[in-house]
Design a protein around this ligand. Sequence first.
Ligand code: NDP
Ligand SMILES: O=C(O)C1=N[C@H](C(=O)O)C[C@H](O)C1
Length: 271
Amino acid sequence: MIKIAVTGAVGRMGSGIIKNILESEDMELVAGIEAPGNPKKGLDIGEVIGVGKLGIPVSTADELEKVLSEAKPDVLVDFTAPAPCVGTVKTASKLGINLVIGTTGFTDEQRAEMETAIKENGVSAVISQNYAIGVNIFFKTLELLADKLSNYDIEIVEMHHKHKKDAPSGTALRAAEIIQENLNRDSNVIYGREGITGARAKEEICIHALRGGDVVGDHTVIFTEEGERLELSHKACSRQPLISGALIAVRYIVGKKAGIYNTFDVLGLNE
Ligand SMILES: NC(=O)C1=CN([C@@H]2O[C@H](COP(=O)(O)OP(=O)(O)OC[C@H]3O[C@@H](n4cnc5c(N)ncnc54)[C@H](OP(=O)(O)O)[C@@H]3O)[C@@H](O)[C@H]2O)C=CC1
Ligand SMILES: O=C(O)C1=N[C@H](C(=O)O)C[C@H](O)C1
């Protein structure tokens, strides 16, 4: 049995992860942790997320070290927000707990702080901006398109639900990174346009972030040249692919050599 603690336990992703753990024969939920001050603290986590009594209370992050020391998870899954995630990673990795991190929106400094904690404490972690298998194939396809269409103008459009706090999405930023790594020319990423912009510079990779309603996550990369346009799109219609992918990462990380892995490692897309 893989023992799992979930931070962001009553959130959109965290609650979905818990429901999927309950349906998995090889996984067991041992702790559900929320933000300090959460009014549901102490209530049964199963009742809070609508799956009936589980005998596990909602804990809060002000007592994270104590909760994790008692629950002894093999893996902690974090879908929260950048600053709390960095704190959680420091505490969990100090306790020797492996990590699956889905949170997005880190600054470069936060990402470095998190990676240092993982390395210094010798734990293993999967960090990915998007756990959906389809998105990882979308990323893999972008490697080819960027290489072969290096002289095309490139734009990225993403749309998410109105509650999303970070922009652009982690997935759009990773898509831009992959394109830059595979383009055979200079490039720079810009974010939206306004005013008298002048003609488009070839180097620009422009990311446009749309927000509204309950859109789970749409990403499109557009490659344009005079006379033609190639668009590569991925659309998530539910959170299930993201949740299933995170649990594939949980199974992958158990027993892995210490280090930082991504979803290309998990899905064998580096080979
Ligand atoms: N990599 C991937 O595949 C995916 C990544 N994401 C990312 O995951 C993150 C969460 O998304 P989503 O589930 O939609 O967001 P939600 O806001 O629904 O859930 C986040 C939860 O984390 C809680 N939280 C905040 N601080 C802490 C803390 N210190 N300890 C424990 N819990 C805490 C929040 O509480 P409160 O509201 O009180 O602050 C909230 O309940 C975002 O960064 C998002 O971009 C989302 C989907 C897929
Ligand atoms: O916040 C979300 O919802 C999502 N966030 C991730 C991102 O920022 O790329 C992944 C997915 O698109 C859903």
